[in-house]
Write a protein that binds this ligand. Structure first.
Ligand SMILES: [Zn+2]
Length: 771
C-alpha cells in the first residue's frame, strides 16, 4: 500500500493506493513552458475565455440566472442543460487563473460566482431551468433533464476554482448542492442516478478536495445502481420494452463488456467508475472496465482516438462501424475518452492507456478548436467535401467550453506518480514541482513533442525519485515505461529521443469504410490532406503504398511544423457515356502535402471547396457516374438543419439505402404529404432519363421510402408532370425513369410521403439525350 497525499483545505490527508497504481499529479504542480501547449494556453487566456464569457451573455445564459435571482418565473432560454456550459467556462477560467492570475478574468469569474450563489435556493438546489419553468418537478426526470449533469459540472468548476485561487466562494456553493443531493439520494433514501453521467467523476473530485467520505459513498451508490433500469420505472416504460443502452442503463456496470449508447455519456461514466475503482480496488468493477476498454480500443475507436460513429444517437452502433465522411466523433467524446484513459492509466499504472489518451488529445479532441482559439467543431469527420467549418458557438454548446477546459488542465494530464517515482505520460515542456512520498520534486522538462520525440529533463533540486518516461506504443519495442533516471540532482540532465518515422497505417479489414485504404501517422499525430495544399483532384488520385514519404518543413505551412510529402498519382477523367470498358491512361505524378489532422480547416479557404481526407486510397476508385445535375442549384420544399440538400448531386451513392452518406437530403420531421427537390440551371438542359436512389433509415429514424414519386418540368410558367415510360420504387438500387427528350431550366422530383413517415434521397441524377 502506497500513501497518497491529498492537500485539502490546508490539511494533509493520507489515503492509500495499491501497488501498481499511480496517483495524480495536480495541474497546479505543472507550469507549462513554451513548446506546443504554451501558445494554446496563451490563446485560452487572451482569446477563448473572453469570447466564451461573451457568449454566456449574448446567448442569454446569464439572463436565466438573473431571472432566477429576481424571483421571476418562466422565460428560460436555451437547452435544459445550458447551466453546464456556464460551469465549464468557469472551470476553464479557473485553470486559466491557475496559469496566470489575470485580473480581468478573475473579476468575471468572481461576478459569475456571486450570481450563481445568489441563484442557489436555501436548500442547496440549483438549476435555472427547473427554478424558472418547473419548480415543482425537481428531480422527477433524471433520465432526460440533466439536473445531476449540471450539478457535476458546477462541482468540477468549483473544485478547480478552489485549487486555482484558494477561495472557497464557489466551493461552498458546490458543497451545498452536493449535500442537497446526498441528503435525498442513497441507501434508505431515494433511488436515482444521472441520465447524463459526469456527476460520478465530479463527486470524486469533491471528495478529494474536502475529504468528506459521504461524497465517495454517494458516488459508489450511483455507480452501483446504474443498470438497475431505474429510468424504465421513472418513465413508466414496461421492462420488456425498455432498452437503456443510450444511457448505459441496460445492465449493471459490473456485467458490462462493451461501450454502448451515447459516446460522451458512456466515456464520462467509465471515467467516474475508474475513479471509484482506483479508490475501492473493487475487482468486479476493474474487470468490467478492462473488458469495456478492450472492446472499445479494438472495435469502436477511430484512429484519432474519437468515439461515436453515428449522429442519430451521438454514439455507438455496431463493432467496426468507423466511417470517414460521416464520422460523428463529437469533440466532447474525444475529450471524454482522454479523461477515461487518463484514469485507466492511474488505475493500472500502464502506458497503453496513456497511449490512447495522447491519441485522443492530439487528434480527435484538438481538431475541435482552431489554433486561434475562437472557433470550434462539434462534429469531426475524417473526410470532407469542403463544406464543414468550425463555428463560433452552437445552440447545443457542450464542446467549446469542454475544449477550453481540456487545454487549461493539460499539465495535470501529463504526469503521474507512485511512492518512489514520477512518470512522464505525455511529454510537455513544463516545470514540475510536486512531491513524491512527502519529498519535494523539482524538474524542468523540455520537448518539441509531438513534432519530435526528444525529451530532456533537468533536475532543479535534490529530486529523490525515479523518473520514468512512457515509451509510446507507436515506438518500435514501445509500450512500457523506460527508466530515465534514478534521481536527478540540481543541474543534472537526462534525455531520450523517440524516433518518429512516417508510418502508413491500415485498419482491421472488418472496417468497411476504410477497407483497402491507409492513413499517414507520425509519432502520435494522424495526418490528412487538405485541398489548400494540394491542387490535384482527390477523387481521381491514388497514393501508392510503396511510395517514399518525406518529412519536410516549410515556413509557409503553419510556421514550419513537420509536414509529410510524397507523390500522388492523378488519373485523367473517364467518359462512360457509351462504354462498358475503358483504357486507363498513365497517371500524372503530383506532389502531395499532408498536415496534422488537428490543424485542418485553420486557413481561410472558404472561397474554394476545401476538401480533406485522412484515409487514402492506393488506387483511386473510378469517379462516380454523374449527369447534368452536377451543374444545378438545389432547392427543397423544406429543410431541417441536419438535412443537406447538396447531398443529392454529390455523386456519392452508398451500397444500400440505409446507411448515412456524407450529405443526404431528407424531409424529417415533415411526415405524410408532398415534398419536392428542384434542380435549376443557368441555361436550359435537354434530358431524357433520370434516376434516384432513396435514403431510408428504418430501424434508426423516421425516414422511409415514399409512397410514390413523379417528375415535373417547368414549362410556360407552370409545373407539368413528365410522362415517363418506365417507373420503379425500390430500396437499395437506382430507380430509373425515361421520357421523351425534354428541355428546361428547372426540374422537380416530387415525393408523396407515407403517412406518419418522412422520406429522403441519397442521389438524384438527370441525363442528357442518350444515343
Ligand atoms: Zn460536445
Amino acid at each position: 500500500m502506497i500513501p497518497r497525499i491529498i492537500v485539502v483545505l490546508g490539511v494533509s490527508l493520507v489515503s492509500f493506493a495499491a501497488a501498481g497504481q499511480h496517483s495524480a499529479v495536480s495541474w497546479r504542480d505543472v507550469k507549462i513552458q513554451d513548446g506546443f501547449w504554451k501558445p494554446r494556453q496563451d490563446a485560452l487566456l487572451k482569446t477563448t475565455l473572453p469570447q466564451q464569457f461573451d457568449q454566456l451573455i449574448q446567448k442569454k445564459y446569464r439572463q436565466n440566472f438573473d431571472r432566477v435571482i429576481k424571483g421571476q418565473k418562466g422565460g428560460y432560454e436555451g437547452y435544459v442543460f445550458n447551466d453546464s456550459d456556464v460551469y465549464k467556462v468557469l472551470e476553464a477560467a479557473s485553470y486559466g487563473l491557475g496559469i496566470q492570475r489575470d485580473p480581468k478574468i478573475e473579476k468575471l469569474v468572481d461576478e459569475w460566482i456571486e450570481v450563481i450563489a445568489k441563484a442557489q435556493m436555501p436548500d442547496g438546489y440549483l438549476n435555472c431551468y427547473f427554478q424558472l419553468m418547473e419548480p415543482n418537478r425537481r428531480w422527477t426526470n433524471l433520465r432526460d433533464q440533466h439536473e445531476m449533469y449540471c450539478a457535476g459540472h458546477l462541482i468540477e468548476a468549483a473544485v478547480a476554482h478552489f485549487q486555482a485561487t484558494n477561495k472557497k466562494t464557489f466551493l461552498n456553493v458546490a458543497i451545498k448542492l452536493a449535500d442537497h443531493m446526498e441528503s435525498r439520494f442513497g441507501p434508505g433514501k431515494k433511488m436515482g442516478y444521472p441520465g447524463h453521467p459526469e456527476l460520478e467523476l465530479a463527486m470524486m473530485k469533491l471528495w478529494s478536495a474536502t475529504g468528506e467520505k459521504r461524497y465517495l459513498n454517494f458516488t459508489k451508490f450511483i455507480v452501483d445502481n446504474r443498470g438497475s433500469k431505474f429510468f424504465a420505472n421513472e418513465h413508466g416504460t414496461p421492462l420488456d420494452k425498455y432498452d437503456g443502452m443510450y444511457w448505459s442503463d441496460h445492465k449493471p456496470i459490473r456485467e458490462m463488456d462493451s461501450i454502448e449508447g451515447h459516446a460522451v455519456r458512456a466515456a464520462y461514466l467509465f471515467s467516474g467508475v475508474a475513479d471509484v475503482a482506483h479508490e475501492s480496488r473493487d475487482k468486479e468493477l476493474i474487470s468490467a472496465l478492462d473488458k469495456v476498454w478492450k472492446s472499445t480500443v479494438n472495435k469502436r475507436m477511430f484512429i484519432t482516438g474519437g468515439l461515436g460513429p453515428s449522429g442519430s444517437n451521438e454514439g455507438f452502433t455496431v463493432d467496426y462501424d468507423l466511417p470517414t465522411y460521416t464520422a460523428y466523433q463529437e469533440s466532447c467524446a474525444s475529450i471524454a475518452n482522454a479523461l477515461w484513459n487518463y484514469r485507466m492509466g492511474l488505475l493500472h499504472g500502464e502506458t497503453k492507456y496513456f497511449d490512447v489518451m495522447e491519441t485522443a488529445i492530439f487528434n480527435g479532441a484538438l481538431a475541435g478548436i482552431n489554433s486561434d482559439g475562437d472557433k470550434y467543431y462539434y462534429v469531426n469527420p475524417l473526410a470532407s467535401h469542403g463544406n464543414h467549418h468550425r463555428q463560433d458557438w452552437f445552440g447545443c454548446a457542450c464542446c467549446p467550453p469542454n475544449l477550453a477546459r481540456m487545454i487549461g488542465q493539460m499539465g495535470g494530464l501529463a504526469f503521474s506518480k507512485s511512492k518512489d517515482a514520477v512518470y512522464i505520460n505525455l511529454p510537455v515542456s513544463a516545470d514540475l514541482k510536486t512531491d513524491v512520498n512527502g519529498k519535494g520534486i523539482d524538474l524542468k522538462i523540455r520537448t518539441n513533442y509531438p513534432f519530435d520525440g526528444k525529451i530532456k529533463v533537468t533536475g532543479q533540486g535534490s529530486n529523490p525519485a525515479k523518473i520514468f518516461v512512457r515509451t509510446p506504443g507507436w515506438v518500435d519495442g514501445g509500450g512500457s515505461y523506460r527508466l530515465l533516471s534514478s534521481g536527478l540532482k540540481a543541474g543534472e540532465s537526462a534525455e531520450l529521443n523517440f524516433a518518429m518515422p512516417v508510418r502508413k497505417v491500415i485498419s482491421n479489414p472488418q472496417v468497411k469504410d476504410t477497407f483497402g485504404m491507409y492513413a499517414i501517422t507520425r509519432g502520435p499525430l494522424v495526418y490528412c490532406l487538405e485541398k489548400t495544399d494540394n491542387s490535384f483532384d482527390f477523387g481521381r488520385s491514388g497514393f501508392p503504398l510503396d511510395a517514399q514519404f518525406e518529412v519536410e518543413t516549410n515556413k509557409s505551412i503553419f510556421g514550419g511544423i513537420p509536414v509529410i510529402t510524397g507523390l500522388a498519382k492523378e488519373y485523367s477523367p473517364l467518359n462512360w457515356k457509351s462504354n462498358l470498358f475503358s483504357a486507363v491512361n498513365l497517371p500524372a505524378s503530383k506532389k502531395f502535402v499532408a498536415i496534422p489532422y488537428f490543424l485542418w480547416d485553420n486557413r481561410p479557404s472558404r472561397s474554394i471547396q476545401n476538401e480533406m481526407m485522412v484515409w487514402l486510397n492506393p488506387n483511386p476508385a473510378p469517379a462516380p457516374i454523374q449527369g447534368v445535375e452536377t451543374k444545378a442549384q438545389v432547392k427543397v420544399s423544406f429543410r431541417n438543419s441536419n438535412s443537406q440538400p447538396n447531398g443529392v448531386n454529390d455523386g456519392y451513392v452508398p451500397a444500400t439505402s440505409n446507411p448515412n452518406s456524407p450529405q443526404q437530403l431528407h424531409f424529417w420531421p415533415h411526415s405524410g404529404g408532398e415534398e419536392w427537390v428542384e434542380y435549376s440551371f443557368d441555361k436550359p438542359v435537354r434530358v431524357s432519363s433520370s434516376r434516384v436512389y432513396w435514403f431510408d433509415d428504418t430501424g434508426r429514424g423516421g425516414v422511409k421510402i415514399p409512397k410514390s414519386w413523379r417528375m415535373q418540368v417547368w414549362t410556360d410558367g407552370d409545373w407539368k408532370d413528365l410522362a415517363v415510360k418506365s417507373y420503379s420504387l425500390d430500396l437499395d438500387k437506382w430507380n430509373v425513369v425515361t421520357f421523351s427528350p425534354t428541355q428546361s431550366t428547372r426540374f422537380r422530383l416530387v415525393l408523396q410521403q407515407q403517412d406518419k413517415w418522412s422520406s429522403g434521397i441519397h442521389e438524384w441524377q438527370l441525363f442528357e439525350d442518350q444515343d
